[in-house]
Design a protein around this ligand. Structure first.
Ligand code: NAD
Length: 485
């Protein structure tokens, strides 16, 4: 227990508003649970609508001074935030594992990835370039620049408690926008732990506010109807994203939506199978499948299906399941009981419709929301897991015969976040990529997330992009001055 206490030392457990911890207006709190033990880790303040209002006030009042800082000054603060986050990386990684359950190796990767958004936007914020031209018709000067859009409301999921937040905070701050962040109720501690770090980096009070809440729907809705708010940036499920888009319509907010996925992972018969296995293990098992980018449907050419399936099953069998804080563990618990129950339901449904369990497929006894690494072969097209996000360590395998067929099946989804494909023929790889309706393609790669690349989806996987220069634009408004001199 003492180890745990150390980990929670200096982690605020109240709301973080205007640079200070503060209880919720009605004293409400909720428990954060360790998914490996089902024990309470901490009790955290639960924001009310009044608290959300106070957080928006703090952000709104901080806006003029923050927007007026020189881009380089904001950049230096973000650069320092990167350095300090890396200084504290191990502590933050352990905290991520404690509240989310993922293995420490995944948490370490996440914290480094998360910190990179501060470094990237420290550099990108000074490249808010405009344009200048002459109107062909009138001869007036067309002078274009980009202004900070205003207060941003950020809503983030539990699967990457650090990175999904810094991917929004980094560009918002670089653009000159203050924010109010509502983290997921499962994992509020990571962002609360980041607040003293941002303060040390020089982020002024009120520029980043964090309000965990068990009353997400009411609290977020109130903020989206506050005329002082101009941006809503959400990462989470497509269902909640749709709801927020409806709310955002009333005040016509700028919206950035990073929603669900249903990634196909296509292995052609000319693929380097060992490389495909390596990519598959990352695309499927990073975060134990609890990722919007997780490979959800494997389509393997029938000529190489036996080899791929056998090798994948061997690799998946070798993964050790246990408490993510322990050495050598590759499969921690899922983040919550509902997530685990959904995986059980999807596997049972697929098996009931004829899928064959090669390994795993059975919930272990005992405490913790564990589910083992599982490989299912011959999954039929009508299985629910072909349509819905599995969000767990389950590889669902199907075969295909030709290119046109697999493109059609891969695109047959409302989602369009990421697709993976493996082939030694780069010409084919590019041809197929162009026909896939997905915002990101991993061509002979099982990982696409990169702060320097535009992350985001087509179709019902979202609107807008995070990372790269595009991420900055989500927090900027274009203004054009028609000018005579
Ligand atoms: P979720 O949609 O249930 O919750 C996301 C956030 O929204 C949480 O903070 C939650 O408290 C809040 N929320 C829930 N209901 C709300 C409401 N009515 N109004 C306002 N806020 C509300 O998602 P989750 O279960 O936390 O995360 C998993 C989902 O996130 C998956 O669908 C996954 O694909 C998606 N995701 C997408 C990306 C991406 O970049 N596209 C990245 C990570 C996760």
């Amino acid at each position: 227990m003492s180890k745990l206490d150390n980990l929670l030392d200096n982690v605020p457990t109240d709301l973080w508003i205007n640079g200070k911890g503060r209880k919720s207006s009605d004293g409400a709190r909720f428990d954060v649970i360790d998914p490996a033990t089902e024990q309470r880790i901490a009790s955290v303040a639960s924001a009310s609508i009044d608290d959300a209002n106070a957080a928006v006030t703090a952000a709104y009042e901080a806006f003029p001074a923050w927007a007026a800082r020189k881009p380089r000054e904001r950049g230096e603060i973000l650069r320092k935030a990167f350095t300090l986050m890396m200084r504290d990386a191990e502590r933050l990684a352990r905290l991520v594992t404690l509240e989310n359950g993922k293995p420490l190796s995944d948490s370490r990767g996440e914290v480094a990835y998360a910190a990179e958004f501060f470094r990237w936007y420290a550099e990108e914020g000074v490249r808010n370039l405009g344009a200048n031209s002459i109107s062909p018709a009138s001869g007036a000067r067309i002078f274009v620049h980009h202004k900070p859009a205003g207060v941003g409301v950020l809503v983030t999921p539990w699967n990457f408690p650090a990175a999904m937040a810094t991917r929004k905070i980094g560009p918002a701050l670089a653009a000159g926008c203050p924010v109010v962040l509502k983290p997921a109720s499962e994992t509020p501690l990571t962002m609360l732990a980041l607040m003293p770090i941002l303060e040390e980096a020089g982020v002024p009070a009120g520029v980043v506010n964090v309000i965990p809440s068990r009353r997400s729907g009411h609290v977020v809705d109130a903020m989206l109807h506050d005329p002082r708010v101009r941006v809503v940036s959400f990462t989470g499920s497509t269902d909640v994203g749709r709801r927020l888009l409806r709310s955002a319509a009333d005040n016509v907010l700028n919206t950035a939506m990073e929603l669900g996925g249903n990634a196909p992972f296509i292995v052609f018969d000319d693929a380097d199978i060992d490389a495909a296995i390596e990519g598959a293990m990352i695309a499927k098992m990073r975060n134990m499948g609890e990722a919007c980018t997780a490979a959800n449907r494997f389509y393997v050419h029938e000529k190489v299906s036996d080899e791929f399936t056998e090798k994948l099953a061997v690799k998946m069998t070798s993964l050790k399941m246990g408490n993510g804080l322990h050495d050598g563990v590759a499969v921690g618990p899922l983040a919550n009981a509902e997530g685990r129950d959904k995986v059980i339901e999807l596997v049972d449904d697929a098996v009931g419709k004829g899928a064959k369990v090669l390994i795993g497929g059975k919930k272990p006894e005992g405490r913790g929301y564990f589910y083992p690494a599982t490989v299912l072969a011959n999954v039929p097209d009508n299985a629910k897991m072909v349509r819905e996000e599995i969000f767990g360590p389950v590889a669902s395998l199907q075969t295909f015969k030709d290119e046109a067929e697999v493109i059609r099946r891969a695109n047959d989804t409302e989602y369009g976040l990421v697709a993976y494909l493996y082939t030694r023929d780069v010409g084919r790889g590019m041809r197929v990529s162009e026909q896939l309706d997905f915002g990101m393609i991993g061509l002979n790669r099982g990982l696409v997330s990169d702060p320097a690349a535009p992350f985001g989806g087509m179709k019902q996987s979202g609107i807008g992009r995070e990372g790269a220069h595009e991420g900055l634009r989500e927090f900027l408004e274009t203004q054009y001055v028609s000018l005579n001199w």
